[in-house]
Each structure stands twice: as structure tokens, then as C-alpha cells.
Design a protein. Structure first.
Length: 235
């Protein structure tokens, strides 16, 4: 839970002695928990270096989303064939609990209910291998999803997205369901990319330099050519 809510940050080392003291458990328990977190995709373990909270580069993020989106859409295809009134009822129940958690503003409750919603969808496909892989892929971008949670208004948007997914399932509309799933999955990535500082393109950087040169050339009302500004003579 400390990882999901951002208490433990990406790349932060997991020191056994500190965790033993914090949670008041034996070393064996901590090591078993770390092994489970590695399996789930929350933690990376390197021999002779130890464990740290998982992180992901922008390039890896693109690769992960490519795979995850494909599997999410596959899950939608399987689920719409196996949806039942009982399954729909469970999704509505979780959805209402998630909505209440968002209204309360308690981050831990929001995160856990959101996780429960997606896990329920994976389980309802009745394909263990698909569910396990989707869970690992989802966990691999927990930091990105956490940052989306702390963004103003994002949880309220996800309420509408979850509701649209359930309605599409109830209607048996596969294309609508895929569209709703895609929007829900891609949204945190869009927020993440919008927050990143913009890197100037090569053309933009060249234009900036050219503008600076023109400004200097026109200093004191005099035009100075490039070679002169550089301290060289043109030939």
C-alpha cells in the first residue's frame, strides 16, 4: 500500500533493517514480502545491490502501454461474452464504493477501490494467464497512475469512465466497450505526458539561437555579420 500511495517513491531502496523496524516483523517476513512484490512488478531486485521500488523510463512506458492496451482490449472481448447479471451487479457495487471513496477524498481508499475495480474485470474474463499479465503490467506503471490520482479532478473523471465501461458491458456493445476501456487506460499516460517539461525541437533550438544572433547584430543600431560576432573575419 505504501508503494501504491506514493509513500515509497520509484527507485527508493528497500532496506530490510528499516522495514523490520517499521513493521515490527521478522526478517523472513520482509524477504518473503519483497519476493512477492518483485513477482507483482512493484519492486526490482538486483543481486549484490538489493531491492528498490520499480521505475520505468519513457521508452519502456511506450512499450508497456502498447502491450497493456492490446491485452486490455482482449480482456474486453472475452468479458463481454461472459458477462452475467451477477458480474454486473458486483461491478456496480465496487463502482459505488469507489465513488464514495472519491467523495471522501481519502487517497488510500480511492487507490484500493480503483485497484479492486480493475482486478474484478480481469478475474471476470476467467482467463488466469491474461489476468496475471494484466496485473503485472498495471503494477509496472503504479507511479504514473499515482501521479494521476493526485492531479486535480482526475479521480472524478475515472468515475465517469468506469460507469461507461459497465454500461457498455450491460448493453453488449463491444465497440463502445473497447472505446471506453481505451480512454480509461490511456488517460493517466496523457496526464503524465502533459506534465512533462517540453523539450525544444532541433528546429526550435535553431530558431532561438538565430533570434539571439539577430538581436546582438542589431545592438546600437548597427548590423554585425555572423563571422564578426564570432570574432573571425569573413573571406
Amino acid at each position: 500500500m505504501a508503494i501504491l500511495t506514493g509513500e515509497l517513491k520509484p527507485r527508493e531502496r528497500l532496506v530490510e533493517s528499516e522495514l523490520i523496524k517499521k513493521f515490527n516483523v521478522k526478517r523472513f517476513t520482509i524477504r518473503k514480502a519483497i519476493q512477492e512484490l518483485v513477482h507483482l512488478g512493484f519492486v526490482e531486485f538486483t543481486p549484490n545491490k538489493g531491492a528498490r521500488v520499480a521505475d520505468i523510463t519513457d521508452e519502456e512506458l511506450e512499450d508497456l502501454y502498447c502491450v497493456r492496451l492490446s491485452l486490455e482490449l482482449l480482456a474486453a472481448e472475452l468479458l463481454i461474452k461472459k458477462i452475467t447479471p451477477d458480474k454486473l451487479g458486483l461491478l456496480w457495487k465496487i463502482h459505488k464504493e469507489y465513488s464514495r471513496a472519491v467523495e471522501s477524498g481519502v487517497l488510500e481508499d480511492m487507490v484500493m477501490k480503483n485497484e479492486e475495480f480493475h482486478q474484478a474485470i480481469y478475474a471476470m474474463t476467467e482467463n488466469r494467464f491474461l489476468a496475471d499479465n494484466l496485473e503485472r503490467l498495471k503494477n509496472g506503471i503504479f507511479a504514473l497512475r499515482y501521479n494521476a490520482y493526485v492531479s486535480l479532478g482526475i479521480p472524478r473523471v475515472s468515475i465517469a469512465q468506469h460507469e461507461a465501461i459497465i454500461i457498455a458491458l450491460a448493453e453488449g456493445d463491444l465497440e463502445k466497450l473497447k472505446r471506453c476501456v481505451r480512454e480509461n487506460i490511456i488517460y493517466p499516460k496523457m496526464i503524465h505526458e502533459a506534465k512533462k517539461p517540453k523539450q525544444p525541437s532541433a528546429e526550435g533550438a535553431k530558431g532561438f539561437v538565430d533570434g539571439m544572433l539577430r538581436e546582438k547584430r542589431e545592438t546600437n543600431g548597427k548590423t554585425i555579420d555572423g563571422p564578426a560576432l564570432a570574432g573571425t573575419r569573413s573571406t
